[in-house]
Write a protein that binds this ligand. Structure first.
Ligand SMILES: Nc1nc2c(c(=O)[nH]1)N[C@H]1C(S)=C(S)[C@@H](COP(=O)(O)O)O[C@H]1N2
Ligand SMILES: [Mo]
Length: 441
């Protein structure tokens, strides 16, 4: 169950230090004389984006005031271009999708989660986006080159795949003791149709040296501190993952442009691995002769203890291993948890399942708290690394409170645990079974 006390929500943040909260969330500072909040253009933009509307009287807004539209942190609000997402408030724009909004086979833009580590680039409407530059370089690149978006589109073959992205920290809010970072519940996941060119085609065109072991990305977003020298995030994958057919440099999302918050106009997609390896607002890819050591590749970021540890223990850096393929997981996307259902009718319920680089081969459910399990109907993925649909029907024996639990198993025989799996210092990879409540009346 979720422990609300460990959520660093907007209230806590403002309670601790309202001015610091303003600064952190919106890069907003008080005017020293009037004590009114001075909203720089960029702060105003951040706040207006979060509120989904501009703020006519922004100059009258006192410092340290939580916009009331954001004040109930469990309430969905309107993030421009996004609908019904739950915003986690401790950094600019991180929003997750409630499970019942992930019921589409292909996640629409408005329901696709947002995880920003910094400030997204402001892309001018007047800018010719076809001239967006991507650099391919690095010590293991034979012929470093720059491509414009239109050159990429012209020079290489296009591919479209349904690809699942899941944040490595999805499910973090269930870890106990709690771990730092966004307290994601179940919704930092989505599966969209991504269109682009194969990363391997572009890398090969630039020449991959024999000593290449890793790639790394750089994006156009800027650091929260405002320091232009600081990189927000620069992660990557080993060559074997980079050279897979489904690893894309993508500009298309469900047949349209990628939404701004999800990396417009260009992003890397390396599905099945922590979504932090899929760089947004893509500017540069480096081919490295060693494990990429960019921002958030080192220290404890996106790493778990190589061997299981006791909760709350300290782990030295050299005993931490980089997360690769994500573990098997599933969601119940229909009905919404808490529904009331008539006893006389059978209930058809359904969801999605995925397993990182692997495939889901078995889907089971229980309505008696795990005492007995029954098979659900599981569809194959539409292509490799796409999530899979599943569905089942149940007749309840009598009225009352039920929980439906769902459990997926991958093609290597690994199943989702019933309880939160191995504690790790940063709270990654919680793939515990999803459950919903049903009131049978
Ligand atoms: N340039 C850039 N790329 C990024 C990030 C970011 O902050 N900046 N966040 C990463 C993380 S941690 C995740 S989980 C995914 C989220 O992708 P989404 O916002 O499109 O859902 O993008 C990844 N790529
Ligand atoms: Mo992430």
């Amino acid at each position: 169950m979720q422990d609300n006390n460990k959520k660093i929500g907007i209230h806590q943040l403002y309670a601790q230090d309202p001015e610091a909260a303003d600064k952190l969330l919106w890069d907003r500072e008080a005017d020293p004389i009037s004590r009114r909040g001075f909203l720089k253009k960029s702060s105003l933009l951040a706040m207006a984006t979060a509120l989904g509307a501009n703020i006519p009287f922004s100059d009258k807004m006192p410092m340290g005031l939580i916009p009331t539209a954001l004040a109930d942190s469990t309430n969905a609000f309107n993030l421009s271009g996004k609908e019904g997402l739950i915003v986690l408030n401790d950094r600019p724009l991180n929003a997750e999708t409630p499970p019942h909004l992930l019921d589409d086979d292909i996640t629409p833009a408005k329901y696709f989660f947002v995880r920003n580590n910094g400030i997204p680039p402001v892309i001018n409407q007047t800018e010719d986006i076809n001239q967006w530059q991507l650099e391919i370089s690095g010590e293991s690149c034979q012929n470093p080159q720059n491509f414009t978006l239109s050159q990429l589109q012209k020079n290489f073959k296009h591919y479209t795949y349904a690809l699942t992205l899941e944040c490595g920290g999805n499910g973090r809010n269930e870890f106990s003791p709690s771990t730092q970072g966004h307290q994601w519940s179940t919704g930092a996941v989505g599966c969209a149709q991504w269109t682009g060119v194969r990363l391997k085609d572009v890398l090969k065109a630039c020449g991959i040296k024999n000593d290449a072991v890793y790639i790394g990305y750089y994006g156009a977003d800027t650091h929260l501190s405002g320091d232009p020298e600081k990189t927000v995030i620069s992660r990557g994958v080993p060559m074997s993952k980079a050279l897979e057919n489904e690893s894309l440099i993508a500009w298309g999302f469900n047949g349209e442009d990628i939404p701004h918050q999800n990396g417009y106009p260009l992003r890397l997609i390396t599905a099945g691995w922590p979504a932090s390896t899929s760089g947004k607002w893509l500017r540069k890819i480096v081919i490295r002769n060693k494990v990429h050591d960019g921002e958030k590749m080192t220290g404890h970021s996106y790493k778990i203890p190589c061997k299981p540890i006791a909760p709350d223990s300290e782990v030295p850096d050299h005993s931490m291993c980089i997360i690769e393929s994500m573990p098997v997981k599933s969601l119940i996307t229909f009905p919404k948890s808490g529904v009331s259902h008539p006893l006389k009718k059978s209930l058809v319920f359904r969801g999605k399942a995925w397993a990182g680089d692997l495939k889901v081969t078995k889907m089971q459910f229980s309505i008696d708290f795990g005492a007995t399990w029954h098979a659900a109907k599981l569809a194959p993925p539409v292509n490799r690394l796409a999530w899979q649909k599943w569905q089942a029907t149940i007749n309840f024996p009598q009225t009352g409170y039920y929980e439906i639990w769902a459990q997926a198993t991958d093609n290597q025989g690994q199943s989702q645990p019933m309880v939160v799996p191995g504690w790790n210092p940063k709270g990654y990879l919680n793939n515990a079974c999803h459950r919903i409540a049903v009131q049978v009346v």
